[in-house]
Design a protein around this ligand. Structure first.
Ligand SMILES: Cc1cc2nc3c(=O)[nH]c(=O)nc-3n(C[C@H](O)[C@H](O)[C@H](O)COP(=O)(O)O)c2cc1C
Length: 359
């Protein structure tokens, strides 16, 4: 197979390499996959408006996320069970992210322990994506472990009170292998032929009040992941969220919701600069990240681009895909006439069709 030159090449090679019964879990969305397709399509509905005759001989992509310095405004979204794609799993991703100076969000459904990750990626910036489980004591233990192993923020995912229905998984019979370690969600007893739903004992009873509970228990800044409306963005700010992370969970939860990018402007508007805003879903190009920045995101995150690269070539693959996206973003900024992420503003994009925000 030839060396991938872009994210699409990694997608193609990953789909060829990984067992279809496993790949369905990584590639697929929920229901009719309307929201999954919407994510990728959203970027092509925004055109870039470059400015000429700007000195771009020195471009820096460096920024901070909740005060943490990172090399670029693109991080690794939390995605589950990475050892299904590579024997080193999350540790490979963590080492590659550390080498790239990129922030990594580690899933609660990680197949590597936080101690293993700390050993693999030392002091590199890592945030823990938290699912609050029905068993609150288990969540408290998880938060304590996160604090002790160097996580500097919690990304509380709020769009999964119930698990989306992922029909590719059902059709192909995706099952979590018995020997896959899932230290923060798996039951203590050996599991046999478990479905995803049996495993994900996330609490369906989580409410806004619990946000303060998680913040108090952890003492860490809370990023709310899965926000798609201005109403919830306002509540997030009121409840003290340190950041709002706009996401439709890679089109894997409620099908029929907006793409992350399409929900971004109304969230940015509602937040009005009171906290940082991030976005994910469908990032495949550096120009996608540039569009997200122009629409007000401080950073974007990518899940499947990293998953594909991990499947194709493990740690070097993830290193390479982050490098490719970094190079593409730097080129995009330069050609837009910008020398830093902060210089990318709303006037650098225009919608291909008039943007008509919901009332
Ligand atoms: C295989 C897979 C597993 C995921 N697992 C989690 C998870 O454990 N927690 C979470 O908050 N989001 C999870 N997500 C959603 C991602 O964090 C992110 O929102 C999504 O992948 C972004 O879309 P993209 O894959 O197009 O970049 C997962 C996504 C995928 C594809």
């Amino acid at each position: 197979m030839s060396e991938p030159v872009n994210v699409a090449d990694y997608f193609e090679q990953a789909a060829e390499k990984v067992d279809p019964q496993v790949w369905c879990y990584f590639e697929g969305g929920s229901g009719d996959e309307v929201s999954l397709r919407a994510n990728a399509a959203a970027y092509s509905r925004w055109l870039l408006r470059p400015r000429m005759l700007v000195d771009v001989s020195s471009i820096s992509l460096e920024t901070t996320l909740l005060g943490t310095p990172v090399s670029m405004p693109l991080g690794v979204a939390p995605f589950a069970m990475q050892r299904l794609l590579d024997p080193e799993g999350e540790c490979a991703t963590a080492r590659a992210a550390a080498a790239a100076g990129a922030l990594m969000c580690v899933s609660t459904i990680t197949s590597s322990s936080h101690a293993e990750l700390a050993a693999a990626a030392g002091g590199s910036p890592r945030w823990l994506q938290l699912y609050v489980l029905r068993d609150r004591q288990r969540t408290l233990d998880h938060i304590a472990e996160a604090r002790d192993t160097g996580y500097s923020a919690l990304v509380l995912t709020v769009d999964m009170p119930l698990l989306g229905r992922r029909e590719r998984d059902l059709r192909l019979g995706f099952q979590i292998p018995d020997d896959l370690p899932l230290p923060y969600i798996r039951g203590k007893a050996p599991a046999v032929a478990e479905t995803l739903g049996e495993h994900f004992q996330t609490s369906p009873a989580l409410t806004w009040r619990d946000l303060e509970w998680v913040a108090a228990e952890s003492g860490l800044p809370i990023v709310l992941k899965g926000i798609l409306t201005r109403e919830d963005a306002l509540l997030a700010v009121e409840h003290g969220a340190a950041a709002v992370y706009v996401s439709n969970h890679g089109g894997r939860q409620l099908d029929g919701v907006a793409a992350g990018l399409d929900a971004l402007p109304e969230v940015v508007d509602a937040v009005g600069g009171r906290c940082e805003v991030y976005v994910d879903g469908g990032i495949r190009r550096g120009t996608d990240v540039a569009k997200a920045l122009a629409l007000g995101a401080r950073a974007a995150f990518t899940g499947r681009a990293v998953a594909c690269a991990l499947a194709v070539d493990g740690e070097p693959g993830v290193r390479r895909v982050l490098g490719l996206l970094r190079d593409e973003l730097e080129l995009a900024l330069g050609l837009l006439g910008c020398t830093s992420p902060a210089e990318v503003v709303r006037s650098h994009v225009e919608p291909t069709v008039p943007y008509d925000p919901p009332a």
